[in-house]
Ligand binder design. Structure first.
Ligand SMILES: Cc1cc2nc3c(=O)[nH]c(=O)nc-3n(C[C@H](O)[C@H](O)[C@H](O)COP(=O)(O)OP(=O)(O)OC[C@H]3O[C@@H](n4cnc5c(N)ncnc54)[C@H](O)[C@@H]3O)c2cc1C
Length: 388
């Protein structure tokens, strides 16, 4: 056991959100400790793997506005660290032309003047060969969208944090949090006291919040991360300008299906279903629901004929869903020096830099630089239970 140490801020959880928050705090000259229960890097949370989609294609304007600043922050981090974190591929959005989700995405992109090309049934295959656009589906390409190199992002931001004087302690699980003017955080290896604590524990958020008499309406689901083999290698490769894509709904499901061009595993395209079976984060691999894979197989056989409709590789990841799929970015309702960043609902990675900035602002008691009303805990009021 180490002697009790004091920090300005302790951040719990070194996924993408905790890492960016710690980095921002260190940049603001705060003595910051980032705690992680597993040895880094690890593949048991939500931030592992090689790639994530970055896009502005959202139905809600507040996400587009946040992404406007966030794209700049990604570029700034690339420059600061001298590392490439983003590759532009474009994002193809397909969905029933007259449906609300498709129309809202299209209108929001156009309203915010995001460079976008709208495709027609007639010219679709000139631009996107080897994909069948369903009858009645609209299609557009958001040009600046692309791929973030997720593993590299985590490595980079954690290194930058340490360069600013930040301390990372991995393989150190937080076992207790005692609120107070100085919060006491106990771990498997020590006890720390801090002026503020940020909880960015992904699927384990409610386990930690239980120490503070709060439970949020979060649901953890396991995602089967599926890679599909090309029949002819190179057909859907990033070098062939195959874009990332989102199918908002289709004949097989009302849920999103999304994919990224072949790049990370030779000859394989990552295509996933945007939800999964409920799981306990410590028992993730006991969840063996494959109904999502059945849906993906039918979708791929019908729409992406150049892929073998049988997943060649299946990996695992988790989403932490809120009821409205919007994030939680807020102070604890009882203890305003405990800050919560949670419920990223399977779409939080691209926002990492801006989430880090906002959680840093909350932890410093500053006015947040974006309107956080969509992300406040009070929106769940009826579902927010006291754990006592
Ligand atoms: C398959 C998949 C595809 C995705 N695709 C995209 C995409 O294309 N674009 C996009 O923007 N987003 C995407 N996302 C979502 C994005 O990856 C997540 O929103 C994001 O990674 C959440 O990060 P986090 O830091 O909140 O959680 P996590 O990465 O889970 O981090 C939480 C950390 O807290 C640690 N922790 C928990 N409890 C304790 C404790 N007691 N003590 C110490 N440490 C603790 C955990 O070990 C973990 O490392 C995807 C997610 C998945 C699973």
């Amino acid at each position: 056991m180490r002697a009790e140490e004091e920090f300005d801020c302790v951040v719990i959880g070194a996924g993408v959100q905790g890492s960016f928050t710690a980095y921002q705090l260190a940049k603001h000259n705060r003595k910051t400790l980032l705690l992680e229960q597993f040895l880094l890097p690890h593949s048991r949370g939500s931030s592992h793997g090689q790639t994530r989609i970055i896009r502005k294609a959202y139905q809600q304007e507040f996400y587009v506005q946040m992404m406007e600043e966030c794209f700049k922050m990604w570029t700034q981090l690339e420059k600061e660290a001298g590392v490439k974190l983003y590759r532009q591929t474009g994002l193809l959005v397909m969905g029933p032309e007259k449906s609300e989700p498709y129309q809202l995405i299209k209108n929001t992109l156009q309203k915010h003047k995001v460079p976008t090309v709208v495709l027609t049934q007639d010219n679709f295959n000139q631009h996107i060969p080897n994909v069948r656009l369903a009858e009645g589906d609209g299609a557009l390409v958001e040009i600046p969208a692309g791929v973030l190199y997720a593993d590299r992002v985590l490595r980079t931001v954690q290194e930058q944090f340490q360069k600013q004087g930040g301390v990372i302690r991995d393989n150190e699980k937080v076992t207790d949090i005692k609120p107070g003017p100085l919060v006491t955080v106990s771990t498997s290896a020590g006890v720390y006291r801090a002026k503020s604590v940020v909880i960015t524990a992904g699927p384990w958020t409610n386990t930690l919040l239980a120490h503070t008499a709060l439970q949020l309406p979060l649901e953890v689901v396991k995602i089967n991360v599926c890679y599909w083999k090309e029949k002819v290698p190179g057909t859907y490769h990033v070098k062939q300008h195959f874009p990332c894509f989102i199918q908002t709904e289709c004949e097989e499901t009302k849920e999103h299906i999304y994919g990224l061009p072949a790049n990370e595993y030779p000859g394989m395209v990552k295509i996933c279903y945007h939800t999964g079976g409920k799981t306990d984060p410590d028992q993730r691999d006991q969840q063996r629901d494959r109904s999502d894979i059945d849906i993906l197989q039918r979708y791929i056989a019908r729409s992406i004929p150049g892929l073998i409709p049988e997943p060649a590789v299946v990996e695992s990841c988790m989403y932490t869903l809120t009821p409205d799929h919007d994030f939680v970015l807020d102070c604890h309702p009882t203890y305003n020096n405990i800050i919560i960043g949670a419920g990223f609902s399977g779409h939080g990675f691209k926002f990492g830099p801006i989430i880090g900035k906002l959680l840093c602002e909350l932890s410093l008691g500053e006015v947040p630089s974006f309107d956080l009303s969509p992300f406040r805990i009070r929106r769940f009021q009826a579902n927010t239970k006291s754990a006592l």
